[in-house]
Design a protein around this ligand. Structure first.
Ligand code: NAP
Length: 324
């Protein structure tokens, strides 16, 4: 398995996604400027895939970094793959394009490479509709995500986005979307939490059968932002078996946690705002895990969600009541 930082996977619409992406979520108290610095460092080091989201509230800074690296001649726009996400308060068909255009405006870009429905649940555009507005609770809405999808298809036809996908969808929800009468574009990917404690084997094999790429988030055990993550959950990178395998390869536990996902044929996102760790994580391309170590890591699965988004648990489209 000769993966390099240049390796891309071909999506079902013919576009290509780099197999390693830089994550950019940080807790609200982290200065937004750190995202800008991190994206610049990552691009200089050869990352070509940046994962972002409107709700994270730092798309302006990510856009600055991307445009800066284009102006410096380090990359051309077409070299870079940026993923944005439609927040759940923008699911009404008449809001979808507005949501996308807001990201484009904030970032100073003409198009996004990939735009995802962030979760399958719709929320009313009140309270936490805006990243700067931390006013909770979330108020449930009942927009059918198939209607949202049709509006997203129109955005692709208008050239505002190259590829469309979903995030945090379960199998039943993917099936419903794929069986939607008149479906014009299939989702190219399903971005889900996926790591040694949540290997997503069943969802992955279903997605594979439909030519949908799985993109893994929280591969390193998540950001552990106390607003979203129960801090009593185990620290993934401290796992003794993971560390034992890492020592065997003379690699960090982060590199092994990432490599495990890559070798399963899943695209990896890893967030870091530390230049040293952004660099270290590229070490994922410098070694290969043996089949027996892949098997051991696979056996660590315990169906653990670091980010269960409990606030929407009563929503009829909450994805994690189903087995997968
Ligand atoms: N679609 C969704 O609903 C969804 C949900 C969650 C996340 N995501 C996306 O996926 C990305 C990644 O997931 P995540 O942010 O939950 O977390 P993650 O990538 O699993 O972990 C990030 C944490 O690991 C640390 N870290 C990074 N490299 C390290 C290394 N080599 N050694 C030790 N620690 C290291 C980071 O700290 P430093 O920054 O200090 O290095 C940060 O605290 C997000 O940023 C976001 O883009 C999407």
């Amino acid at each position: 398995m000769n993966f390099t930082k240049e390796t891309r996977v071909t999506l079902n619409d013919g576009n290509m996604m780099p197999i390693l992406g830089l994550g950019t979520y940080a807790a609200p108290d982290v200065p937004k400027s750190l995202a800008e610095d991190a994206v610049k460092v990552a691009i200089d080091l050869g990352y070509r895939h940046i994962d972002g989201a409107f709700i994270t509230g730092n798309e302006m800074q990510i856009g600055n970094a991307i445009r800066c690296k284009i102006a410096e001649g380090v990359i051309k726009r077409e070299d870079l793959f940026y993923t944005g996400k439609l927040w759940c308060t923008y699911f009404s068909p008449e809001m979808v394009r507005k949501g996308l255009e807001r990201s484009l405006r904030d970032m100073g870009l003409d198009y996004l490479d990939l735009f995802l429905m962030h979760w399958p649940v719709s929320l009313k555009p009140t309270g936490a509709a805006d990243p700067s507005d931390t006013d909770k609770p979330f108020i449930y809405d009942n927009v059918d995500f198939c209607a949202t999808w049709e509006a997203l298809e129109a955005c692709k036809d208008a050239g505002l986005v190259k590829s469309l996908g979903v995030s945090n969808f379960n199998r039943r929800q993917l099936e419903r979307l794929l069986n939607k009468p008149g479906l014009k574009y299939k989702p190219v990917c399903n971005q889900v939490e996926c790591h040694i404690y949540l290997n997503q084997n069943k969802l992955h094999s279903y997605c594979k059968s439909k030519d949908i790429v799985v993109v893994a988030y929280s591969v390193l055990g998540s950001h552990r932002d106390k607003n979203w993550v129960d801090l009593s959950l185990p620290v993934l990178l401290d796992d003794p078996i993971l560390n034992k395998i890492a020592a065997k390869y003379n690699r960090s536990s982060a590199e092994v946690a990432m490599r495990f996902i890559l070798q399963k044929g899943i695209v990896v996102l890893a967030k870091s705002f530390s230049p040293a760790r952004i660099r270290q994580n590229l070490g994922v391309f410098e070694f290969e895990l043996k089949p027996e170590d892949m098997k051991t890591l696979d056996s660590l699965d315990r169906n653990l969600h670091y980010g269960p988004f409990k606030e929407v648990k009563q929503h009829p489209e909450y994805p994690f009541h189903d087995e997968y």
